[in-house]
Write a protein that binds this ligand. Structure first.
Ligand SMILES: [Zn+2]
Length: 145
């Protein structure tokens, strides 16, 4: 639930940043290519140089490429979030934070029952409606979905 919220929050942030940049980029391209540019060109050139205008357009293009790359990284490839854990197509568990494969499901005492991520140094519990699940239970439930 919390991980899903964080994931949605990340996507929301990226779309908030991406949308105006993309719209401005399209607007800039349109301004540069259509006849209207001829009319406003003297006004623009009065304030900023043509070279600077191109630098702005190129920077926007680079920003869009970077943002698309960020979106691609943030989106877990072929993985679905269930019981607080990411699962790949072969039903292997992955860390909800760093998305690296998890394998050691155990009782870690005060840290709780769950998967221990070697990268995050955290125990990620796997539960359904507050009930702890074993790996085989989770796989069985997913097989029936
Ligand atoms: Zn991790």
């Amino acid at each position: 639930m919390k991980d899903k919220f964080i994931e949605q929050f990340k996507e929301r942030i990226v779309s908030i940043i991406l949308t105006p940049v993309f719209i401005f980029f399209l607007w800039s391209l349109q301004q540069l290519t259509n006849g209207l540019y001829g009319k406003i060109e003297p006004i623009i050139l009065e304030h900023i140089s043509k070279r600077l205008l191109w630098v702005v357009v190129i920077m926007e293009a680079v920003m869009i490429i970077i943002l698309l790359f960020v979106v691609y990284i943030l989106k877990p490839k072929g993985m679905s979030l269930k019981y607080g854990i990411y699962w790949d197509k072969d039903k292997n568990p992955h860390c909800p934070s760093c998305k690296k494969p998890l394998n050691s499901y155990d009782d870690y005492g005060i840290n709780g029952i769950g998967f221990y991520c070697n990268s995050c140094k955290l125990v990620h519990p796997m539960s359904k409606k507050g009930i702890y699940l074993t790996i085989s239970d989770a796989r069985k439930i997913m097989d029936n979905m």
